[in-house]
Design a protein around this ligand. Sequence first.
Ligand code: 13P
Ligand code: SF4
Length: 402
Amino acid sequence: MFERELTHLLRCYKILPNYKSGLMYNSTLRFQNFLRLAYRQLFVQTRVFGQTLNMENIMDNKDMIDKIIKIKQELGNRLLILTHHYQRTEIIDLGDHKGDSFGLSQRAAMDENAKYIVFCGVHFMAESAAILAKDHQIVQIPDMDAGCWMADMADSYLVETAWNEVTAIAGENSVTPLVYMNSDAFIKAHCGRNNGAVCTSSNAVKAFEWAFKQKEKIFFFPDEHLGRNTGNNLGIPANEMIVWDPEKTLGGNTDQEIKKAKVILWKGYCLVHTRFTTNDMESMRKDFPNAKIVVHPECTQEVVKESDAVGSTSFIVKYVADSPKGATIIIATEINLIKRLALEYPDKKIIPLKNSLCPNMYKINLKNLLNCLENIGQTNIVGVDETIKKDAFIALENMLNL
Ligand code: 13P
Ligand code: SF4
């Protein structure tokens, strides 16, 4: 009987919350939190009374968490676990430092003590940490397949070809390449070789200003939307920002358009963030007229223009923290961050604009984190070719010096 009830509760735990209703959403999360605590308690109880309940998953998780904590204690400050804001809560809880991609790269660059850096995020983030790491440090990622769709949209051969075409028309010395952190080491190295820089969503405006001081044009890879939103922010007219579609001749532009453009935007995008629409915003505003809507700059310019605030994942975290008690905040970014914020701030109504999950971020779990730690310094090592590393380092360093 007890087992049946517990199974029912476990099913409830997986029920998708009703995102339309903030109240419902928050109470569902509180209920989930309550269940989590109840499971932990039950785990202890069942051990004490030796009952055989169908709790394998809970036992497994508890067991894995204990093992991870033990390894962390053994390695002490020789180990640094970095976690991106989009990671699952149980992973964030086990990390040493959480942040947005800029904050995590800064953290990786400044650390001297840790011999092992385990990066719980996607591959380009771990790769950037490996580029910035000191020679004695080893960077590992729990799942090598945790990639990024957007980063994959900028293939190094296509980028080199496009760069050669643009500079042949606009002039060798008239373009600065800027690359979003969400890209592989080859593209970062291309930027480093051509006096460019990396940027993230938290410093894109600064990076654009820096680039315009160097040369008259920017070639921005690979996120069309972050690039356009940043250009809009700086008041660059729409007709001076062109899109480069690598599947078309000259990216789908004429010589004249390329000569006139101030910003050339690679046609890449994030599927998690381009799912949010102004229709979603309209219907939410009807349901929650007093709510503020905060969005990530990987959203389209239409969504950004309709929002109350826009910024990186760390900006969103701070926005929620700084909002007054009782505030209603609707957020357009990855769902795991929103869920966590709703749990952390039960006195505020935190609602996702839509349920949008990054399956790559979600690939990191307790099992592969434990596996990585049990094989510390041996498996899933993120390596970068030395020449690529040298050039990519220049581009990352230019960002850190902005
Ligand atoms: P942040 O730099 O804001 O953490 O964003 C990284 C990312 O991949 C967003 O999709
Ligand atoms: Fe890449 Fe989008 Fe996932 Fe960020 S949310 S890691 S940009 S796929």
